[in-house]
Design a protein around this ligand. Structure first.
Ligand code: G4P
Length: 284
């Protein structure tokens, strides 16, 4: 008997994706440009086996542009096809369809050589929560949102949308569980909003984020909080006190209100008040 590694609902979600993957030519995996490796689900690699995949790094408008370029280059170095987009200002529909066509070119040529009728490319959009799957599907299907209709092997709820003459996708995405191999990755996923921050120890998340910013984006801390951190010093409590004073956060019986300081900082991050930040610079 097989050992069950996952809770039932997760096994079900995984089976659903596996069965959908069988019906498509390519998987479009959406990841967050601010932490593309952390927001990738490594189990998808096993689910899609040898199927082609395109990585779309979403929310590039929130990410550090230089870092995005470097990360796209790293994806390519790893042999992947990848592109970064801002779905709020989406212009890459054609490019994405062409990237999929390119990956399927050889397969289609082989099929043609065997005398098979040309088939449209069928794609599945997948990704962990909040990476922009629904937004992407809605945008890419905008003009031709009419479903192609039910096909054998596709349940009624599953509609196929034709995006271009030779390109179709499922109208519902494959929702993947956020998966991380270490606590830093989990924190990056939380900083991108794909898991609730509250499931992690918030003081650790605060220290992780501030420490990272002090190392990689010190100018943003300076600008937003007039804060300069010497990472070799005992900086944590002084940083809480500094932000508390600088932002006039009400004290609790004369003491810094640590929870309120964290809340203020996390709200600033959620509102992108510190500017464009990328939370991981390579796949470590
Ligand atoms: P999901 O299906 O993968 O769960 O993600 P969904 O499309 O619902 O998008 C999650 C949130 O991320 C939405 O914000 C959406 O607008 C936002 N989003 C998606 N792509 C981008 C992007 O490229 N750039 C930016 N800046 N935001 C993006 P929301 O807060 O739920 O709604 P709203 O802000 O649109 O009102």
């Amino acid at each position: 008997k097989q050992i069950q590694w996952y809770p039932g609902h997760m096994a079900k979600a995984q089976r659903e994706i596996e069965s959908k993957v069988k019906l498509v030519d390519i998987v479009i995996e959406l990841v967050d440009a601010r932490a593309p490796f952390s927001t990738h689900n490594p189990e998808l690699d096993y689910m899609i086996k040898n199927k082609p995949r395109l990585y779309i790094l979403t929310k590039k408008d929130l990410a550090d542009p230089k870092a995005t370029d470097a990360l796209i280059a790293e994806f390519k170095r790893q042999g992947h096809s990848a592109i970064a987009v801002d779905l709020k200002n989406f212009k890459e529909e054609k490019k994405i369809v062409n990237m999929c066509r390119y990956q399927l070119k050889e397969k289609r040529e082989k099929e043609a050589a065997r005398g098979l009728k040309p088939k449209p490319i069928r794609a599945l959009v997948a990704g962990i929560p909040n990476v922009g799957k629904s937004t992407f599907i809605n945008k890419i299907a905008k003009r031709k949102a009419a479903a192609v209709g039910n096909k054998p092997g596709v349940t009624k709820a599953q509609q196929i949308i034709r995006v271009d003459k030779d390109f179709e996708l499922f109208d519902t995405p494959g929702v993947l569980e956020p998966k991380f191999t270490d606590i830093n990755k989990a924190m990056n996923v939380a900083l991108c909003g794909s898991i609730k921050m509250e499931i992690l120890p918030l003081d650790d998340l605060f220290i992780h984020a501030i420490g990272y910013l002090a190392k990689h984006y010190p100018e943003k801390l300076k600008e937003r909080y007039n804060l300069t951190i010497d990472l070799d010093s005992d900086w944590v409590l002084p940083v809480y006190d500094h932000i508390s004073d600088y932002r006039h956060i009400k004290k609790l019986r004369g003491e810094t209100d640590y929870d309120r300081v964290q809340e203020t900082f996390f709200n600033d991050l959620k509102n992108a008040s510190l500017g464009r930040i990328t939370w991981e610079l390579s796949d470590e």
